[in-house]
Design a protein around this ligand. Structure first.
Ligand SMILES: N[C@@H](CCC(=O)N[C@@H](CS)C(=O)NCC(=O)O)C(=O)O
Length: 202
């Protein structure tokens, strides 16, 4: 296999998901720190959307994080996305839910980076409500789809809640969600999760 280079930042939760997948599978990723907001040309060449993560592999580039994870899953065991059947679509559905939580949490952050007179509470509150409903759904699904599992859905759930701890601790995602909280605690002791935590000071 040729080299795998990941354009990433250490604060991007989408990139963290990819890095955890690679670590769990024992795949060696060359990490290339590429802050997207500086519009670096190598990132725009790899991904015209100008977003991280982007993977350069085998003379091809891949984006976005679900596609990169699916690609990595073909390269080595253990497989983190079931090949077929209902279990495959449960994992992909959970990934869609938790990536949606990330999309809303990132959008809330962008919204609050605007100067105060431009804050738009209607959208901010809408994103926040979507996150709350999705966390409730994750809690309902936790015992069947997260607890004791090592697949892309469970990884994504841990990454999404980790990002809320990092950027939006006031959401208190654990409050009233004991099943989700317990399932995430059990996953978080793994080396792959500990090695990819966002920096303290970002
Ligand atoms: N759906 C994408 C989302 C990637 C994304 O939004 N990345 C952010 C960093 S966390 C980014 O690069 N933002 C720069 C921009 O939007 O221009 C994925 O799953 O990879």
């Amino acid at each position: 296999m040729t080299g795998l280079t990941l354009l990433y930042t250490d604060t991007s939760p989408y990139a963290r998901k990819v890095r955890i997948v690679a670590l769990e599978k024992g795949l060696d990723l060359e990490l290339q720190a590429t802050p997207p907001l500086g519009d670096p040309s190598n990132l725009q060449q790899a991904n015209p959307l100008g977003k991280v993560p982007a993977l350069v592999a085998d003379g091809e580039t891949f984006y976005d994080s679900p596609v990169i994870c699916e690609y990595l899953d073909t390269l080595a065991s253990p497989h983190l996305i079931p090949a077929e059947g209902q279990s495959r679509f449960r994992v992909l559905r959970l990934q869609a839910l938790v990536d949606g939580v990330l999309d809303a949490a990132v959008a809330m952050r962008i919204e609050r980076m605007r100067e105060e007179s431009l804050h738009w509470d209607v959208w901010f509150d809408r994103y926040r409500r979507a996150i709350m409903r999705s966390l409730d759904e994750m809690d309902r699904r936790a015992s069947d789809e997260i607890a004791g599992r090592m697949d892309l859905g469970a990884i994504g759930a841990a990454v999404a809640t980790g990002y809320l701890d990092f950027r939006w601790p006031d959401i208190e995602w654990r409050r009233g969600r004991p099943a989700l909280s317990e399932a995430i605690d059990a996953l978080s002791v793994r080396d792959s999760f500990k090695a990819t935590l966002p920096p303290d000071n970002a």
